[in-house]
Design a protein around this ligand. Structure first.
Ligand code: ATP
Ligand code: MG
Length: 258
């Protein structure tokens, strides 16, 4: 469903992706983990050309996204994208947030768009909120609306970029539960996340990125449970037990100075 070959991306002098090769098969769930700045979001954004790769090739299904003649709008219609920020239209009800792109981009009739929107609201457990406005919902509910909106476009695959990291801890579970049902229904999913228990339980494969390369990838129990690479081990120690992270030197200096 996704194939990335020797992908490089630079911003000016900064080489953010330094030769990425990987594949996501249809119906597979792949979680990408790694430290801040390692290039996870950039990788996702190169897949639907929100960023133009510097070199390398990207395929979505049988279409080469990096081909100069690609119909990128057609490719993007097949890809649902869910970000950390929900990006809902504040002046539209939940139902209208789910129907606007269906009507404008897919040219669906109002009744068909409404029917599909309601099906997807039910899928994320928010049928009773169709007439609410985004500001009347919790962050977790807004993120579930964003997922339902992406699903209403009938995507072949879904990309998630830290979909729960802006949420209060008690709201994370509902969003992960929705993602779990999507995975169970056979959706192809590429998920950047710091939720290690989700990655361990739901992912078919975990990819660990650091410094713009894939350092390690494989079965979740192996990568998270018995990482082979020292960089993976250091990262996981920090994520699983933030209090154990070494104190940055600047902090030590300040403490000693007082
Ligand atoms: N549009 C841009 N212009 C310049 N530099 C950028 C741009 N987008 C990203 N970068 C830089 O590329 C590097 C990788 O960023 P990216 O957002 O892909 O990291 P990430 O792994 O998603 O990190 P995080 O976990 O914090 O979201 C960072 O150093 C970032 O500052
Ligand atoms: Mg990111």
């Amino acid at each position: 469903m996704i194939e990335v070959r020797d992908l490089h991306k630079s911003f000016g002098d900064l080489e953010v992706l330094r030769g990425i090769d990987f594949r996501v098969e249809a119906r597979e769930v792949v979680c990408v983990i790694g430290p801040s700045g390692s290039g996870k979001s950039t990788l996702l954004r190169c897949i639907n050309l929100l960023e133009q790769p510097t070199s390398g090739r990207v395929f979505v299904g049988d279409v080469e996204v990096t081909d100069d003649d690609v119909d990128i709008d057609a490719v993007r219609r097949r890809i649902g994208m869910v970000f950390q920020a929900f990006n809902l239209f504040p002046h539209l009800t939940v139902l209208r947030n789910l129907t606007i792109a269906q009507r404008r981009v897919l040219k669906r009739s109002r009744s068909e768009a409404d029917r599909i929107a309601r099906e997807n609201l039910e899928r994320v457990g928010l049928s009773e909120k169709e007439n609410s406005y985004p500001a009347q919902l919790s962050g977790g509910q807004q993120q579930r609306v964003a997922i339902a909106r992406a699903l209403s476009m009938g995507p072949d695959l879904m990309l998630f970029d830290e979909p729960t990291s802006a949420l209060d801890p008690e709201l994370v579970g509902d969003v992960l539960a929705v993602m779990r049902t999507l995975a169970d229904d056979g959706m192809t999913m590429l998920v950047v996340t710091h939720e290690m228990s989700f990655a361990r339980e739901v992912a078919d494969r975990v990819v660990f990125m650091d410094g713009g390369v894939i350092v390690e990838e494989g079965d979740p129990a192996q990568v998270i449970g018995k990482p082979r690479n020292e960089r993976t081990r250091t990262f996981l120690r920090r994520v699983l037990d933030p209090a154990s992270a070494p104190v940055p030197e600047t902090v030590t200096e300040r403490v000693e100075g007082t």
